[in-house]
Write a new protein. Structure first.
Length: 386
């Protein structure tokens, strides 16, 4: 709560300073100025931002020697004074997902995930806390079109170093696999490296389900875990085109994977959706594109599958996918890697539904990148035989 108050206070002060700076910049500099002078002023701002960045990296080592409370105070002050003042359209930053978690309390989270290990419970609590902080800081801004929020100004040197390494690691793997993939797939493999050997043996040689295959970033990774075949469900034609290109670029033969131009749900049928042609494509949003949806149970029966892994990141339809896979999960007892951060149904009810089936599974909650409270995955696998 103390951190939330400090962050909100810092954002409020920053908004005040931004409003003053915006007025000075718009009415004292840009007003009636020739284009050449405006461009010159922009160049000076870029130069100043470089100086600010250098000052931050110079001062940070000395701040680490101060008591922790003073370190945070100085960084909050620096965050306010040394902001880059770059405008960002608020609607491009605002994440409506965060609002859906406002009514959850730490006690509710603790009770709901009481049987999880302490690390998983901490991931759940931190995720809810992050959502509330983001929502509070955004809704307190009265200026309608601009949101200034540069949290790097209050990160420690270690945190900044970790972030830099993450960006570097992701860039290297994107180049290696020739795909614009995400951190959770290319770097973290959706949590699969954390599986015990017994769970990895359960997967090997069986059919893998990749629900929400996007452009193939998860398919190329799953191919490294010894599947009989990967069944890649992706309703977006644009993403499917990129998926085929990704698999071809990585020399993965078509005998090892099969694309399915439809979605997975709790029932069979059709739906209209908005096809963004990226990883934001959402079957819950009505649009101009139409796709068939089916249940994994029906698909598995039609194709005589023995499922070893279900990976699902389906932009909010995670609960529907699990409901439509009940027979398959109970019969084949596959490893599950399910993204559950898009809405409350995913976050709370996917876990409770799986628990109600009494599968004798181990459940872990992971965040990708680690300690970021961003992409939350529920990893589940059969309890090892003792």
């Amino acid at each position: 709560m103390i951190f939330v108050k400090k962050e909100v206070t810092a954002v409020v002060w920053e908004w005040v300073w931004e409003w003053v700076w915006e007025w000075v910049w718009e009415y004292c500099f840009l007003q009636n100025r020739p284009e050449s002078e405006v461009q010159k002023g922009m160049g000076q701002m870029t130069f100043c931002n470089g100086i600010k960045t250098a000052a931050i990296w110079t001062c940070y080592p000395f701040l680490e020697w101060l008591p922790k409370k003073w370190t945070l105070r100085f960084k909050l002050a620096g965050w306010f004074l040394l902001s880059d003042w770059q405008k960002m359209q608020r609607e491009l930053y605002f994440n409506p997902t965060d609002v859906q978690f406002l009514d959850l309390t730490p006690q509710q989270i603790k009770e709901h995930f009481a049987e999880l290990d302490s690390v998983s419970q901490e991931v759940a609590q931190n995720f809810i806390r992050k959502c509330k902080v983001h929502t509070m800081t955004q809704t307190m801004l009265a200026y309608p079109s601009v949101l200034i929020l540069d949290t790097e100004k209050i990160l420690t040197l270690r945190q900044l170093g970790i972030r830099a390494r993450r960006h570097r690691d992701l860039a290297v793997l994107r180049q290696k696999y020739q795909v614009d993939g995400n951190y959770e797939s290319l770097v973290c493999h959706h949590g699969l490296p954390q599986l015990p050997d017994s769970a990895k043996k359960v997967m090997a040689g069986k059919d893998f389900i990749d629900a929400g295959a996007y452009q193939g970033d998860s398919c190329v990774i799953l191919a490294e875990y010894g599947p009989r075949r990967i069944w890649a469900f992706e309703p977006s034609p644009a993403n499917l085109t990129e998926l085929h290109r990704t698999m071809q670029n990585n020399n993965i033969p078509k005998t090892r994977y099969e694309t399915v131009a439809s979605g997975l749900a709790a029932t069979t049928g059709t739906c209209f959706f908005h096809d963004c042609g990226n990883n934001g494509t959402d079957l819950k949003i009505t649009g101009e594109s139409q796709t068939a949806v089916t249940t994994l149970d029906a698909f598995s029966a039609d194709h005589d599958l023995t499922v070893g892994l279900i990976k699902a990141d389906v932009e909010g339809m995670g609960l529907e996918v699990v409901r439509g896979a009940e027979k398959t999960i109970k019969r084949d007892r596959p490893v599950l890697a399910l993204a559950i951060y898009h809405n409350q149904d995913e976050f709370l009810r996917v876990y409770s539904l799986l628990k109600s089936w009494q599968l004798n599974y181990v459940f872990k909650m992971l965040d990708f990148p680690p300690h970021s409270e961003c992409e939350i995955t529920l990893l589940a696998y059969p309890e090892p035989v003792k």
